[in-house]
Design a protein around this ligand. Structure first.
Ligand SMILES: [Zn+2]
Length: 353
């Protein structure tokens, strides 16, 4: 059966997303691999819409409804394992549906290696995560490896020692048996805020928060950080400095931030230039292993430079105090060393940093 074949292949490639997209007369199926969309299958119109209907049916969506966007989930049994899937559909103006399938827990913390361009930032992060309490924040685009980084650092902190780590996520992406992993479930009324509140009652050593996206979560995170927990969280911002403005926007006072924030990191995964491909290394090229075609670039602010931000107005342009290890500066270095192409350099440059 094609669905089985598709999911088995996606699972073996460790892709996180499958996209089934309508074209004029057929459907194309793409896998997201190393940040790129890779075309894997071609289906005629009939086969494509049958496949979409099949998944809609299996994930309890309304099969007849083709205009309204829908979402669903299910566990699919492959030959040797089960995979948790999330589905979402959306239609174009001609009522042709596209379906995106997310494969959860495609990663496992032990297998994922972080290939970072620079050792320095990674060492700084390792020291920060050893703190007894406070708040360590990560920003970066979707698919920039924030969760993998947070998991790795916290595992590194434990180093075999027993500590309680609770994660609050939506959804859980990486399986890690030594952490107590919890998942937001809006339909069942279990929000980030709820889970965080109950997590704090457990007095864990570390809490990992998938994303601070509203005021309630932000306040709860601050409370946790002020009452002796280390909180490692991600937040939406387009650079390190944007993290501070975002938290102020979410109603957190500067005084509280100064008391809790121990570090801010911005990260992105950048595709490596390959001399065989004469461009970013492609899926089937063996020059770089399939899961190492990108490397992480970090900017980390802590200590005095972080304090400086509070002393100057956060909304002010940062141009007057550009540091040697700012994201753009490091990106330029990476380009000069020949690790990435000129085109990639321009694509990943942060505007008005
Ligand atoms: Zn290559």
């Amino acid at each position: 059966m094609f669905a089985q074949h598709l999911l088995t292949m996606a699972d073996s490639f460790r892709t996180s997303d499958i996209h089934i997209l309508p074209e004029q007369k057929h459907y194309d199926i793409y896998f997201r691999l190393n940040g790129q969309m890779d075309k894997q299958f071609y289906l005629d119109r009939e086969e494509g819409s049958r496949l979409i209907s099949y998944f809609k049916y299996r994930s309890n969506m309304d099969v007849g409804e083709k205009r309204r966007p829908q979402s669903g989930s299910m566990t699919f049994h492959l030959k040797e394992k089960a995979v948790d899937l999330r589905f979402s559909t959306i239609s174009n103006y001609q009522s042709q549906e596209s379906l995106v399938i997310r494969l959860l827990k495609q990663k496992d913390a032990n297998q994922q290696e972080i290939g970072a361009f620079f050792r320095y930032e990674w060492e700084v992060l390792k020291k920060l995560v050893d703190a007894k309490s406070g708040l360590l924040l990560f920003a970066g685009p979707v698919d920039s490896g924030k969760t993998t980084t947070m998991y790795h650092l916290v595992k590194n902190r434990l180093d075999g020692e027993k500590q309680q780590v609770i994660t609050v996520e939506d959804p859980v992406e990486i399986e890690e048996v030594t952490f107590l992993q919890t998942q937001v479930n809006e339909t069942a009324g279990i929000s980030y805020e709820h889970l965080l509140k109950s997590s704090l009652r457990h007095h864990p050593d570390v809490i990992i928060v998938g994303e601070i996206r509203d005021e309630e979560t932000a306040k709860m995170v601050m409370r946790g950080a002020l009452t002796g927990h280390l909180i490692v969280a991600s937040i939406h911002a387009k650079n390190c400095r944007g993290v501070i403005s975002r938290l102020l926007e979410l109603g957190i006072s500067q005084t509280i931030l100064e008391q809790t924030l121990i570090g801010v990191a911005f990260q992105n995964l950048i595709p490596l230039y390959c001399s065989l491909c004469e461009s970013n290394c492609q899926t089937y090229c063996s020059h770089y292993p399939r899961d190492q075609k990108r490397a992480a670039l970090f900017e980390v602010k802590t200590g005095a430079p972080l304090k400086d931000w509070f002393n100057t107005n956060c909304s002010e342009s940062a141009n007057n105090q550009k540091g040697q290890r700012d994201f753009n500066h490091l990106l330029e270095k990476v380009k000069m060393y020949g690790y990435i192409s000129e085109k990639t350099y321009h694509r990943y440059l942060i505007s008005n940093q």
